[in-house]
Design a protein around this ligand. Sequence first.
Ligand SMILES: [Zn+2]
Length: 450
Amino acid sequence: MTSSPADLIITGCTVLTHDDHDRIGFEEDAAIVVRGGVVESVTSAAAAADLAAAERIDARGQVAMPGLINCHTHAPMVALRGVAEDLPTEEWFNDVVWPMESNLTARDVELGARLACAEMIRGGVTCFADHYFSMDEVAAAVTECGIRAHLGEAYFSSQGAQGREKSLEFALRHRGGTGGRITTALAPHAPYTVDDADLAATAELAREHGLPVHIHASENREQTDISLARHGVTPIQVLERAGLFDADVLIAHGTGIIDRDLPVLERAAGEVAVATAPRGYLKFAWPTTTPVRALREIGIPVGLATDGAASNNSLDVWESMALTALIQKSTTGDPRWLTSRQALHHATLQSARAVGLGETIGSIAPGRRADIVLVDLTGPHTQPVHDLAATLVHSARSSDVRTTIVDGHVLMRDRELLTIDLPSAVRELGERTPALLDRSHGRRIQDYQT
Ligand SMILES: [Zn+2]
């Protein structure tokens, strides 16, 4: 160990760790030493007592865990939180969201992204995968507030080749940006809005430039049934046929993945991951959920997500973790499936793998980026603690996160946001709301066809 002071030492906490077989463990009365934005060591509190540090956090009574990762969202859509309630998917898109999104300005996106980052940092999220428009503004918000992000400029084939080219240009320009906190992807919207030729061209660009692809696919069972009726293949088979699985692909939702898709996905294991955002599936009354158990059997990581707040109403990944565990038990009829430790594995390493950062984040271990949250378990709803994994998944809430750290920098301390002026973002967004919600023009950015 070097003799110069560490940048940060977090001491006295219980640390969530992973062993060589990915199994979740907990080290009590431990300390985390951070230097240069990276975890240098996880040691005992006693061993760290005499080490010099520029900053020291006394975290007794708290659990240090890897920051949560929101593997699929549309952060700026917080501006539309609650505007399209209790509607079927088609009406949600065609009658409300896509007409309103035709009003979006870059400033709306920037303010929405700031509000979203504030919500996520407060909820213990240290990285999010975003899929939206005017992504330069999202990148600016990420740079400013210190969070980590995996960003893609979304496109439809109705934009012509320009949409795809803009997505590529964004991905190349921002790749590795903001001191490495920003990674990028190509972001075709979905197989029902991006045609086969455009998907094939996307696959070619992904190969040529070594870029991953982030796309909605098999979002629900109805999409799969319609694809089969019209084209004789499922949306997953459409992606394979386009050559997309030669690149790394992050599939949002996949609740419409059926048995015939599994061999296709298994051939792409190592390249493909799925993000599950269960609250929205319940709200849209979709009949199925992401087949997490079947995906596990073929080696496909499943990361946790919220989707946008216009459908999900929150960016609370903690809730996605608890809901994933509960819905998996319910849909498989097996209370032994998706234990709290498995849920924590999805929330940590599997989510990191889903966003292409499986070697960088998702675990508190030497050499990993210091993306850490401190969770206070002293509240009455989390005491006593008999099974720490169960306490974290089923009793704790996102509001129990006291401190959020990314790359060794404290973004929230004792629930206070240090890098975002939230009141000013909320105020200006409120002033812009009437123009954003106006649907009198009769335009929409795209049609959702069933
Ligand atoms: Zn989405």
